[in-house]
Write a protein that binds this ligand. Structure first.
Ligand code: SAH
Ligand code: MG
Length: 197
């Protein structure tokens, strides 16, 4: 992969305030993905393709990432970026709302990265659980949302997001088929492994 191009893509995204994955979050995910070596990975929330491009390094040979983005302009940029870095054979972009697209997918995934509308995290979890393989990992970024999620914060225009992130945490914690860790890296990262049964 062309690292110089990747660095340019990252700097441009930061400048344009596109919420790309934070360095420390990426480092933690890479550690887990190094063990998993996914054959197939799902990402919800492509933005301009930065995280998906980074994850291609962690795939097994011939591994593929499916990634979903609803904003047309971002999809366009993501396609350009993926080409610039030279990983177009490893990433498939689905353009549209993940709420519509996820139910049409029927792959089995070794890893899922949830990084889109916070109000939809419980729905994304349901779909991730339908498609995750035994031993697979479901990551959820921004799960602590600036600290709002674990505080008594509830008077805010973002309260629907906060309520749904709390619901996500409750569901992963109570699900007997998952082992979950919640890390304070970046904006909060939940890591749930599907226990082999
Ligand atoms: N994973 C990217 C950053 C994603 S930012 C990276 O780290 O590089 C979140 C993206 O999710 C935004 O581009 C937003 O347009 C998209 N998004 C939010 N809700 C969505 C939905 N319901 N369906 C599809 N895309 C969504
Ligand atoms: Mg994020």
């Amino acid at each position: 992969m062309n690292r110089k191009e990747l660095e340019k893509i990252k700097q441009k995204a930061l400048q344009e305030h596109i919420p790309i994955i934070m360095d420390d979050t990426l480092a933690v995910m890479k550690k887990y993905l190094a063990e998993t070596k996914p054959k197939r990975m799902l990402e919800i929330g492509t933005a301009v393709g930065y995280s998906a491009i980074c994850f291609t390094e962690m795939l097994s040979d011939e591994g593929i990432i499916d990634t979903i983005e609803r904003e047309e302009e971002r999809v366009k940029q993501a396609r350009e970026n993926i080409k610039k870095v030279g990983v177009e054979d490893k990433i498939i972009i689905y353009e549209g709302d993940a709420v519509d697209i996820l139910p049409t997918l029927n792959e089995k995934y070794d890893a899922v990265f949830i990084d889109a509308a916070k109000g939809k995290y419980p729905f994304f979890l349901k779909e991730a659980l339908r498609m995750i393989k035994p031993n697979g990992i479901i990551f959820a970024d921004n799960i602590l949302y600036k600290g709002y999620v674990l505080s008594d914060y509830n008077k805010h225009k973002q309260r629907t997001a906060v309520r749904n992130l709390r619901e996500y945490l409750k569901e992963v914690s109570e699900n007997p088929n998952l082992e979950t860790e919640i890390l304070e890296v970046g904006d909060g990262l939940a890591i749930s492994r599907k226990v082999k049964i």
